[in-house]
Design a protein around this ligand. Structure first.
Ligand code: FES
Ligand SMILES: [Fe+2]
Length: 350
């Protein structure tokens, strides 16, 4: 019985397999670019152990398992073989160059060719927005969504690369960031007030690979509403962009300026998520103000964390299961996000 999974901790095998397979053909952030120097680094993506290594101008991504006797390659180091960089296994010194090609087997008798089976699978990697992104499929379904404020010098930016993983799925994390009807309940006094719990009038549409949502609302004055003091609520417009399925950019425009919350989530696995945040503002831009803004962002994060981690099933259920009871029109953006996930084959079963 599918519904039994509502009370069990573990989703069905089918739901987990669907999530892992459905999420493969997308770019996922796995590490801050600044955290990858000349040493290889182990990461996990969709349940798979991977090793990242800088080789010349490129970032190479392989399974973190040597083709010889399966030692962990991230315990090795980058060396030079025939004038080219290669990742050397710590166990018997096999070395793997760009594209995963096995470039050296020290134990191979003279004149014998390196067997093709020694080569590793190389996954696609790129650097953007200060992060390293990996795609486990040959082809990514969508390109990375735009982030105009990232390269705009008018914006002061703060990064928050969470060291601690969230105990949730990446899709629940994105949905929790897209959800605005929780503001008065979880962020009372900061993002809303329980005196006005009525949801705003959402407009929702698709733009290429992005789900876009726009609405007007009022929020208490503060750091994220133009930095204003005083007591009067601030009128502002939210425009939210979800880069399907794992990136979200919330743009808050108020008379005081623009505040942007950008999140890229890494689906470490179906129940483990690592969050990479960037907060940008074009007001109150003095660098010494960053600590105050970081503190506020971290505070809001701590308010959301226990709620999002408490949600079951771990993975978003499909609509046909009728597990959820979304209320229109307030929950319309969430419905649209989930429908798109189903279409992409990421949500398949309970
Ligand atoms: S296990 Fe890697 S070289 Fe032997
Ligand atoms: Fe929240």
């Amino acid at each position: 019985m599918a519904r039994a999974h509502l009370t069990e901790d573990q989703p069905s095998e089918e739901a987990i397999a669907g999530f892992r397979a459905g999420m493969r053909p997308f770019w996922h952030p796995v590490l801050a670019g600044a955290d990858l120097s000349d040493k290889p680094v182990a990461v996990r993506l969709l349940g798979q152990r991977l090793v990242l290594a800088r080789m010349g101008a490129t970032v190479q991504v392989f399974p973190d398992t040597c083709s010889h006797f399966q030692a962990q390659l991230s315990l090795g180091k980058v060396v030079t073989v025939d004038g080219k960089p290669a990742l050397q296994c710590p166990y018997h010194g096999w070395a793997f160059g760009e594209g995963g090609r096995c470039a050296r087997i020290p134990q191979l008798p003279e004149g014998r060719k390196i067997p093709a089976a020694a080569d590793l699978t190389a996954y696609r990697a790129r650097e953007a927005y200060g992060l390293i992104w990996v795609c486990l499929a040959e082809q990514a379904t969508y390109d990375l969504p735009p982030f105009p404020e990232h390269d705009d010098p008018a914006f002061r930016k703060i990064r928050l690369n969470e060291a601690e993983e969230m105990r949730t799925s990446a899709t629940r994390m994105i949905m929790g960031t897209l959800d605005d009807t929780h503001f008065p309940w979880v962020h009372e006094g900061i993002l809303g007030s329980q005196d006005h719990p009525k949801p705003p009038e959402h407009e929702v549409w698709r733009e290429g690979s992005q789900l876009v949502l726009s609405y007007e609302t009022e929020q208490p004055p503060g750091l994220m509403t133009g930095g204003g003091a005083g007591a009067a609520p601030v009128k502002l417009r939210y425009t939210d962009y979800v880069g399907m399925p794992n990136v979200i950019r919330l743009v808050k425009d108020s008379p005081g300026g623009r505040y942007v919350i950008w999140l890229a989530t890494c689906p470490v696995d179906w129940n483990r998520t690592r969050n990479f945040w960037i907060f940008a503002r074009d007001y109150d831009t003095a660098p010494e103000r960053d600590a105050t803004y970081t503190e506020m962002a971290a505070h809001v994060r701590q308010q959301d964390k226990p709620i999002i981690e408490s949600q079951r099933p771990w993975l978003l259920p499909p609509f046909w299961s009728k597990v959820e009871l979304p209320i229109r029109p307030g929950d319309l953006p969430l419905i649209q996000y989930q429908k798109w996930l189903e279409k992409l084959g990421i949500v398949t079963a309970i």
